[in-house]
Each structure stands twice: as structure tokens, then as C-alpha cells.
Write a new protein. Sequence first.
Length: 130
Amino acid sequence: MLHRDYLLEVIEQFVNGISQSLVRVFVHRDLDAGQDVEAAVAELVQLDPNTAMSLAPESLVTMMMLSGTGDAVAGYAAFALNRLGEAYERMGEVELGQMRKAQAQAIADSFNASLDEIPEELRGLNDQLQ
């Protein structure tokens, strides 16, 4: 029960944190806000931001598996990285965008999540980013 409550709190903080940052990325084309999203994803998967975002997609998945929380947070991390990748591509940061989308896809594939299935807590944000 404590583990579940802890995860729910972590997910709530993550959703709140990335919401403002993704809006800044999509609406204001603010690359610095993209780094805030990356840091939130890294924190969610319990890794150092610089390390997490430099990992190849398969290595990021491996680190998530080792942390033991991958199953619980995969859909959230995959959503954030996928949407961030889309924003980077729109801003001309194609290589970085493709890397984030590849990381998102690897997470989704490895943890039986779907990039088409938006976590309930992120649906309003997703609609706002359209």
C-alpha cells in the first residue's frame, strides 16, 4: 500500500511538472522547457538527467528495469518523451527529436505500453498540445 501511494504521488508530481513545461515547449517554442521535461522524466525513472537523456533507447529501458519502477511509470515517461520528440522536430532539432521518440518507443515496447494510449492524467494536456 505504501509503495502504491508513493507511486501515485510521484506520478502526480510528474504530471504537474511536465504539464507547464510541455506547454512552454509547444506554444512558446522554449527549448529550455524541453530540458525541464527531460529532467522530470529522468527523475521519474530514478536516473540522473544527463545520464538518462544520453542513453541509447535500449540502455534507458535497461536502467528502468533495474530501478524496479519501469512497469508503473512507463506510459508516463513514453508519453512525455514522445511529445517532446515531436516538439523538437517541429523546432528543427530533428536528430534530438528522433532520439526522444526512439526512447519513447523503446519504453513502450519493453513495458507493454502504447504511444497511442494516453495515460488518463495526461489526456487534458495532450488535448491542449494539439
